[in-house]
Design a binder for this molecule. Structure first.
Ligand code: PFF
Length: 443
């Protein structure tokens, strides 16, 4: 709205924690461990690290540069540097945000339900049957609504008073919880078998295109890349912030938490000999094996389970906030809506959009694949080309707030050549065909 100054973070630290909050979420705990289990453990972890550093990091920096440079949400940011014809790409980012949040909040709803149940009645030993009962249907929808309400509440609070404040409190808490859980897991008798599975690579899987696609998709999802979330967060920043440093810290924290989450999950699974259950990996893997482990561990398990689900909920909330913020800030910038109106109306729309995922976990899995394999990877490809070729002065913008560096030119070359080539390859040879297979399998 004309005349109203753009909201700003109150501190650099607040921005960095909010961005880490966006990155660290269900992706690090739920998605990372189920993909690692499905794809040969350490082979996947290795490729994921590689994809994060070589492809993820340059795109992350590109998003920060675009957001901070334009001081606008995605649609307007693209129009600012590329003209009207780039607006549809911004719109696609907003749609991606709507779509991801619609099922992300369903999974977060499962976590809320398990967390509450752990406090009141403990974990059901027949974990698979329990999951089948609660993961879909009216129950799942009800918890999805609860989680969405929380997300809407924070976003309506605003950038500094809602998002920043929440992240300043919750991110240190999340870190402490995950590290504490990993230390506990190290004391379990099966820990070393878990570590071995997690960290000793099955080299035959390294050459698989499918693992490469999953690792790249995971790098994008986990870093919140390819749909303008970090772009939007960076649009509330001043030119005194060192963006390359911020990008390094955000990626480093995201990798660290994903890695430590693996140090929690795999020892637990192996301590209770549940590795066969994980082999048959589905979206429910974490919500079946871990509660089963917690149930078998008795009283201690219940306590550990409560802490585990608390961490999951905290991570999910700070990520969901950033997903909703992309949509809300776009409505504010494009329609002149108030934050309150945008948050509530669009939040309700997203809640409704999540109904199919809440009713059917196969639909949820398919939407997750479409969002990741096609929309985020495709969005990353487009962003890379945009900042590499279309945007004027990316090097000046990335330099602002730094003392300059000779590698900024190489960064732009990565965005121009290597990243688009690599992403096109992954999209054409695996991501697009395998996603179509998944969709066809639904019918
Ligand atoms: N990075 C989040 C996670 O790992 O759970 C998910 C996510 C958030 C993806 C925000 C995309 C996004 F824009």
């Amino acid at each position: 709205m004309a005349g109203v100054p753009r909201e700003q973070w109150t501190s650099k630290r607040g921005f960095v924690l909010a961005a880490i909050g966006s990155a660290v979420g269900l992706g690090n705990m739920w998605r990372f461990s189920y993909l690692a289990a499905e794809n040969g453990g350490a082979a996947f972890v290795f490729l994921y690290l590689l994809a994060t550093l070589v492809v993820g990091l340059p795109v992350l920096l590109a998003e920060l540069v675009l957001g901070r440079g334009s001081q606008k949400s995605p649609i307007q940011a693209l129009a600012h540097y590329g003209g009207q014809r780039w607006k549809p790409l911004g719109l696609l980012f907003v749609v991606t945000g709507l779509l991801i949040l619609s099922y992300y909040a369903v999974i977060a709803g499962w976590a809320v339900r398990y967390g509450l149940a752990a406090i009141t009645s403990g974990f059901d030993p027949d974990a698979a049957a329990h999951f089948a009962e609660v993961a879909s249907g009216a129950d799942a929808f009800a918890f999805h609504v609860v989680f969405m309400a929380l997300t809407i509440f924070v976003v309506v609070g605003g950038v500094s008073r809602g998002i920043e404040r929440t992240s300043m409190v919750l991110m240190p808490l999340l870190f402490a919880l995950v590290v504490g859980l990993a230390l506990y897991a190290a004391t379990l008798s099966g820990a070393s078998a878990g570590y071995a599975y997690y960290l000793a690579p099955d080299f035959s899987k390294l050459l698989s295109l499918n693992v490469l696609k999953d690792a790249t998709g995971q790098a994008f999802f986990s870093l919140s890349l390819g749909m303008g979330a970090l772009l939007t967060f960076a649009s509330y920043l001043g030119r005194d912030v060192n963006l390359p440093r911020a990008a390094g810290i955000i990626a480093g924290a995201d990798i660290a938490i994903a890695f430590i989450a693996g140090l929690v999950v795999f020892p637990l699974i192996f301590a209770l000999d549940l590795s066969a259950d994980v082999g048959a990996s589905t979206v429910g893997a974490l919500f079946i094996t871990l509660p089963k482990a917690f149930a078998e561990m008795g009283g201690v398990g219940r306590g550990i389970g409560i802490l585990f689900f608390a961490a999951l909920i905290v991570g999910a909330l700070t990520s969901a906030i950033s997903l909703l913020e992309v949509v809300v800030s776009s409505a504010i910038d494009n329609f002149g809506w108030s934050r309150r109106r945008a948050g509530i109306l669009l939040g309700i729309a997203i809640t409704a959009l999540g109904a199919p995922s809440a009713w059917n976990t196969d639909i949820l899995g398919a939407v997750d694949q479409i969002a990741n394999n096609i929309l985020l990877l495709g969005g990353g490809l487009a962003l890379s080309i945009f900042v590499g070729w279309v945007m004027a002065g990316p090097i000046e913008e990335v330099s602002a707030g730094t003392s300059g560096a000779s590698w900024f030119g190489s960064w732009r070359n990565l965005l121009r050549y290597a990243v688009p080539l690599f992403l096109s390859f992954v999209l054409i040879y695996d991501a697009i065909p395998s996603t179509f297979e998944t969709i066809l399998a639904l019918f």
